[in-house]
Every structure is written in structure tokens, then in C-alpha cells.
Design a protein around this ligand. Structure first.
Ligand SMILES: C[S@@+](CC[C@H](N)C(=O)[O-])C[C@H]1O[C@@H](n2cnc3c(N)ncnc32)[C@H](O)[C@@H]1O
Length: 374
């Protein structure tokens, strides 16, 4: 099948899944062919399976099919230190999967004449979609990696597009072009840089993957308000590679005495609960990291500062000044008491002094001592 037919089929699938509703975004998807941003050798990463190598020379049909599947395409490992062909290492640049891209673009919902700042250009596909919708002058995209940015510029130029491309750390936004009507963030953040709020006009929208230290990731849509604040609700799921500067270190190695006990609530129950529970726990305990392995029974590691908790089945071992599993159990217990609110009832406010997660309204923060009523 040729690229055009595959692109139409992709648009139809995304529409059937509810991820592509706006005809203007459908027109952009069809006008900015995704395969033009895919390098000859890369790794396709389905949501529900291992990454597989794609090679335009060796298997042109498989390469093209992957470009129009709802898969992320990994285009860089270890900030370029590991060759793409090797397929090992930390993922550091990609074309994001079409479903979540269209979800985010529809959440952003820019209008003709709007100016949008994008954080994380990657191969340039999403900058191209935005530029199709808003014109080149309406889009500024910031990328931290010079080689990635050079490739994006070439990919976009080959399609006749020249949005503003800036080499720099997107955590600082791009003050020169502010205020923007929207900010489109394509790397994960646990802490929302305030620069993005300052650089958005009141009423403007910021969409981003919130990737708290306690897994997993969630789409967030903030609307800028007065006095340097922005607030809004969580939407669907989103797992992105993190903003450089907000990457997590691996779990530290702890030695010494562990306190052992039986969990009141087994880890698997909490980690397999609804997304609302994940947001409630991450919003209550923003400094707690979590890592889960399900290959050999269910195991969980939690860590924050000098404290670690390990759980397997119902067995818990904790060390350090905090009883982290107990803290997670209490946060989960509060979510049960609130009547198991779903993810979309939670939101976040970002202000010059920090950020907080809330239930139903910004006046109901989850942080300790300020629990939501009801
Ligand atoms: C998932 S990719 C971007 C996806 C892309 N927009 C697309 O077309 O699908 C994330 C990109 O963010 C970039 N990045 C990471 N940290 C950054 C930072 N602090 N400032 C700007 N770009 C950053 C990475 O180099 C990577 O290219």
C-alpha cells in the first residue's frame, strides 16, 4: 500500500478510537506525511510490546507500515552516544505515537492566527502539523540537541515548511516570542517550569505530559490565569521521554537494617487500581519515586531521600526515616474514602511558588494537612 493510503487508514483508525475528531487536524495529518520524518533505520515502539527495528533498505514495506502505525518511532539513544542501529540504551528522541499526538493537539485546540511555542522538536513532525494549521510564523519549536534540530530543519524544509526552530533548553521557554497563545510540550515533566506559565497570555493553554516520580504519566491541560498562575484538569494517559534536566536517577542501593511487615494493602492492589488512584498518590507524595516489575511475581520499589521500601506479594521491607509503603497505603486509603474519584476530577495549579495537585477545584489541594473535603 502506498504512503497516502496508509495515512488515510491511520486517520480513520484514530477517528474510530476518538483520538482525531477535528477535521482541521485530519487535514494536517494528511498534509504532513509522517514517513518523511522517519530515518532510514529506527525502532518502532508499540504501546503493548517490545521495540522492533525498522530498516528502509532491508524492508521498505515494513518501514512504511511502521511509520503509519500508532507506534512511537525511536530515533535517538543516549543523547546520540549509542548508534540507532544498536537499539540499546535510554530513549532520548522520537516521533511520538500518532494517537497521543493528536490527543494533545486537540487538547491544545489552537485557532487560526494563534502563536504556539513547542518544547521538544524531535524529528519535527509535530512542529510540521502545527505549522500546517497555524502557518510557519505561528510556530516556534525549541530543541536541546543540535543534531536532532538540524535533522528536523531538513525534514521540514523538504516539505516546504519553515517554522521557527530554536536550539536551547526548553525549560526556559523562549522569552523572545512571548506571550504565546499556547504551549505544546512533547517531553515529560514532573515539575512544570514556571517560564511556560509566564510566557503564556491569560486565557492561553499549556498542554503537557505530567510524568510524576510515582508512575505513570498523564495528559495535563492548563489554562493561564492572572498573577502568573495556570490551572487545569488531567485528561488521558501519556508516557513521554523526560525533559533533560528532569530525568530520574535509578533507584539508589540501600544497605543496613530493613523493617519487615505484612502490607495492609498489597502493592499489586494499589498499582493495578484506577488512574485516579495514581494521581491521588503522586499528588500527595510528590517526592516518592516508584518502580514496578511484574515478570517474576509482582515487585515494587519506592524511594525518596534516605528511605526505601520494597514490596513483593504482601511482604514489605522498609529502611530509612520514612515508612514509604505506609505513606502510599494512607494516600490510597484517602482516595478510597473520597469515593474513588476518576483521573479527570483531579487537576493541577502552577504558580510562581510551585505546583499542587487538587481534587475538583484548586481550593482542595491534596498535600498533607490540606486534604480535599468530601
Ligand atoms: C518525544 S521527542 C519529541 C517528539 C516530537 N515533537 C514529535 O514530532 O513527535 C522529545 C524531544 O525533546 C527533546 N528535549 C528533551 N529535553 C529538552 C529540553 N530541556 N529542551 C528542549 N528539548 C528537549 C529531546 O531531545 C527530544 O528530541
Amino acid at each position: 500500500m502506498d504512503a497516502e493510503k496508509l495515512n488515510v487508514a491511520l486517520a480513520d483508525r484514530l477517528a474510530a478510537n476518538g483520538e482525531l475528531n477535528d477535521p482541521a487536524w485530519r487535514a494536517a495529518l494528511l498534509a504532513v506525511p509522517r514517513h518523511r520524518f522517519v530515518p532510514d533505520v529506527a525502532w518502532a515502539r508499540p504501546d503493548d510490546g517490545p521495540a522492533y527495528r525498522i530498516d528502509r533498505t532491508g524492508d521498505p514495506g515494513g518501514w512504511l507500515a511502521a511509520a503509519y502505525a500508532d507506534h512511537a518511532i525511536i530515533t535517538q539513544f543516549d543523547d546520540g552516544a549509542t548508534a540507532v542501529g544498536a537499539g540499546s540504551g535510554r530513549y532520548t528522541s522520537s516521533l511520538s505515537a500518532p494517537g497521543v499526538v493528536l490527543d494533545f493537539l486537540e487538547l491544545l485546540a489552537p485557532e487560526p492566527g494563534h502563536r504556539v511555542l513547542e518544547i521538544g522538536t524531535g524529528p519535527g513532525w509535530t512542529a510540521g502539523l502545527l505549522a500546517h494549521r497555524l502557518g510557519d510564523a505561528g510556530v516556534t519549536s525549541v530543541e536541546i540537541d543540535p543534531q536532532v534540530l538540524a535533522t528536523a530543519a531538513a525534514n521540514l524544509r523538504a516539505l516546504g515548511r519553515r517554522p521557527g526552530l530554536v536550539l536551547g533548553d526548553g525549560a526556559g521557554g523562549r522569552a523572545g516570542g512571548a506571550p504565546y497563545d499556547g504551549v505544546h510540550v512533547t517531553c515529560g515533566v514532573h515539575t512544570v517550569p514556571h517560564a511556560w506559565v509566564r510566557q503564556t497570555r491569560p486565557g492561553g493553554v499549556i498542554v503537557l505530559p505530567w510524568m510524576p516520580r510515582y508512575a505513570p504519566g498523564h495528559q495535563l491541560r492548563l489554562t493561564a490565569g492572572p498573577a502568573g498562575t495556570a490551572s487545569g484538569h488531567f485528561a488521558g494517559s501519556a508516557t513521554y521521554m523526560p525533559l533533560r534536566g528532569q530525568r530520574s536517577a535509578p533507584a539508589p542501593r540501600f544497605t543496613g537494617d530493613f523493617r519487615r511487615r505484612t502490607a495492609e494493602i498489597p502493592p499489586e492492589t494499589i498499582f493495578r487500581a484506577a488512574y485516579g488512584a495514581d494521581v491521588a498518590i503522586a499528588g500527595t507524595l510528590p517526592d516518592v519515586h516508584a518502580s514496578v516489575a511484574a515478570d517474576n511475581g509482582f515487585e515494587v520499589w519506592l524511594w525518596a531521600g534516605d528511605s526505601l521500601a520494597y514490596g513483593a506479594g504482601s511482604h514489605i521491607a522498609e529502611t530509612g526515616p520514612r515508612n514509604l509503603w505506609n505513606e502510599v497505603e494512607r494516600a490510597f486509603g484517602r482516595w478510597l474514602e473520597w469515593g474513588r474519584p476518576e483521573r479527570s476530577r483531579f487537576g493541577m495549579t502552577v504558580s510562581p511558588v510551585g505546583q499542587h495537585v487538587w481534587l475538583d477545584s484548586p481550593g482542595n489541594p491534596l498535600a498533607k494537612g490540606h486534604g480535599p473535603s468530601g
